[in-house]
Design a protein around this ligand. Structure first.
Ligand SMILES: N[C@@H](CCC(=O)N[C@@H](CS)C(=O)NCC(=O)O)C(=O)O
Length: 333
């Protein structure tokens, strides 16, 4: 329990580099009826935060695969203080669907209550996403990369053709996707955190330069892609995994995590076009993006880096309309 109380910056090592902890629950839902966690309606509950890029992956895939009835969910409140994520109260009135008290456990006030109900001696972090099995009263998984992969295949036998046929990890692209995942995860998804939570100048500079090298790489890949998705006309896992960081980039990371060598809207035309298409034209992306939660969570929960919890007003708008560019980009065309 002592570990669980540590603030997030304390995961930095002696060199000042942020180290993300391994997820603790790593079971899998399976399509096999005799499985320990079988694919069933009414059995699972997903705890997320609209603020969190890892949880956001699960919300996007749930909708892309038409799994809404299989994964009812609750978003915690954006505020994450000493006791970790808290559930919204009846009187909180935050934007977004399902920002409610815990509908599964009456009286639970924090996500940690769910973790402790499963294991009273739990010593890890209380992270979202958390996939909970109501029948066995157990946590199946709190690792987003695995939760989304369960969603791709294990429910297909229960889904309409439209959703069954959507393959986010097609065989012919699997190796490419895995290879892209590697640097997207290390340098971009986690790279923004390594930048923002670094506690030494060297660690910060190393993380930020690596991050921008990999953003350049994604930009070059998108310039070569026939679009509108990362790998051409098929939406894949790579779109999901990259989107949740890029959509937060200008809105919060540029200033809060000091990832400010460039921003997306004025520095990365292909990433900008790609992210606007996903946000505006694909509801699984747009309707699961809640900028209020994103901006308020980071700026009002990380007191170590923003002690007065002031949330900057900009950028305005959070995301540009699908065909609009910032003035400087427009002028240069
Ligand atoms: N590896 C995990 C990481 C999840 C994660 O770090 N979530 C953050 C929010 S963005 C969290 O819940 N942090 C709470 C804490 O560390 O105390 C995953 O991808 O599912």
């Amino acid at each position: 329990m002592a570990n669980a109380q540590k603030d997030i910056l304390s995961w930095a090592d002696k060199s000042g580099e942020f180290k993300r902890q391994q997820s603790s629950f790593r079971d899998w839902i399976s399509s096999k009826p005799d499985a320990e966690f079988p694919a069933e309606k009414g059995r699972y509950h997903l705890y997320v935060s609209y603020a969190c890029p890892w949880a956001h992956r699960a919300l996007i895939v749930r909708k892309l695969k038409g799994l809404e009835e299989y994964f009812p969910y609750t978003s915690v409140h954006w505020e994450m203080l000493e006791k970790g994520w808290r559930f919204a109260t009846k009187s909180d009135n935050e934007p977004g669907e399902e920002v409610t008290p815990d509908p599964v456990h009456e009286g639970f006030t924090h996500l940690r209550d769910v973790y402790f109900s499963v294991n009273k001696d739990y010593e890890g972090r209380f992270t979202v996403p958390t996939l909970y099995d109501k029948k066995q009263k157990r946590i199946v998984s709190n690792e987003s990369s695995e939760i989304i992969r369960m969603m791709y295949t294990e429910f297909d036998h229960l889904l309409d053709d439209k959703y069954k046929s959507l393959d986010l990890l097609p065989k012919d692209l699997k190796d490419k996707i895995e290879e892209t995942n590697e640097w997207t995860y290390n340098d971009i998804n986690n790279g923004v955190y390594k930048s923002g939570f670094a506690t030494s100048q060297d660690a910060y500079e190393k993380a930020v330069t690596t991050l921008f090298k990999s953003l350049d790489r994604a930009e070059a890949d998108l310039a070569k892609s026939s679009g509108p998705f990362y790998f051409g006309d098929r939406i894949t896992e790579q779109d999901v995994r990259l989107y949740t960081t890029i959509i937060r980039f200008d809105a919060v990371y540029v200033q809060h995590f000091k990832t400010n060598l460039r921003d997306i809207r004025s520095g990365y035309p292909n990433l900008h076009k790609w992210v606007r298409n996903l946000y505006w034209n694909h509801p699984a992306f747009g309707t699961t993006t809640e900028f209020t939660h994103i901006k308020k969570h980071y700026t009002k929960s990380h007191k170590q880096i923003n002690p007065h919890s002031i949330t900057p007003l900009g950028p305005v708008p959070d995301i540009l309309p699908v065909d609009e560019e910032v003035a400087a980009v427009k002028a240069s065309k």
